[in-house]
Ligand binder design. Structure first.
Ligand code: F6R
Length: 247
């Protein structure tokens, strides 16, 4: 794992956007795996700025998102479809036909999940997967458990995740209890992974992910087995990454 420490959230966001921009410049028709949540919002804003200043062209880029809440349609302000439109897609020249997000309202969820994996395979896999990390070590919505799930699947969200994501909803009862998430297969098959983290509340999760044995109890720990992982995190999130800070 390669670690870039930054002073704060804003510099993390700028560096992450530069990293993603380099990928798009090197391979204009690349497949980006995208995350939602608070962490990448600044990164997406920087990518928008690069597009507006004519430094970046998304016309051939394809995207696959990590996850979506079960039961939320694309018009729901809390859906990840809505988030992507509001935070990135509507401001750049990406072709909407080249953007993929699991469908939270599909009446045949198993078929939808299988289809999602087929889409990722048909695109040739992911060139660069962007990840945030949950305080419980989840990536996408792969929650702590007894096994690593390979394929896109439906998950029961962990109580901690429901509590953490409550801030986006009017009250905790409104937070969906289930979600669809890309599995570890597509994430680990990505050619490159970029994990972003900001704030001291992410420090224990980063420690467990990279300084302790690989375990499905800490889903992000599987990244130790990936050959090309870059972490861009601010000082506060890096507080417990001592082995990496020495190098
Ligand atoms: C969302 C996702 C999640 C988040 C994680 C951190 O698509 O994949 O794993 O990255 O829950 O969320 P924030 O960034 O809100 O702390």
């Amino acid at each position: 794992m390669k670690l870039f420490q930054t002073a704060d959230y804003d510099s993390m966001s700028r560096k992450a956007a530069d990293f993603i921009a380099a990928q798009i410049i090197l391979k204009p028709d690349c497949v980006l795996g995208l995350a939602t949540g608070s962490t990448p919002i600044g990164t997406y804003q920087n990518l928008i700025d690069l597009y507006i200043s004519d430094h970046l062209d998304f016309s051939r880029v394809k995207t696959v998102n990590l996850d979506e809440y079960r039961g939320l349609s694309g018009d729901d302000v809390n859906s990840y479809h809505y988030y992507m439109k509001e935070n990135l897609f509507q401001f750049i020249n990406i072709n909407p036909d080249n953007t993929y997000i699991p469908d939270g309202t599909d009446p045949e969820p198993e078929e939808m999940c299988a289809r999602y994996d087929r889409i990722i395979s048909r695109l040739g896999g992911i060139d660069l997967q962007i990840l945030g990390i949950g305080r419980n070590g989840h990536i996408g919505f792969n929650e702590p458990g007894d096994v690593f799930h390979v394929n896109t699947h439906c998950v029961d969200l962990a109580r901690r995740t429901i509590r953490d994501n409550r801030r986006f909803f009017p009250c905790e009862a409104d937070v969906p209890r289930q979600a669809y998430t890309m599995g570890m297969g597509a994430i680990m098959n990505a050619k490159k992974i970029l994990l972003l983290a900001s704030g001291k509340e992410k420090a224990p999760a980063l420690h467990k992910a990279f300084c302790q044995p690989v375990s499905p109890r800490v889903p992000a720990s599987i990244l130790q087995l990936h050959p090309d992982v870059t972490v861009i995190a601010d000082f506060k999130a890096c507080e417990e990454l001592a082995p990496f800070l020495k190098n």
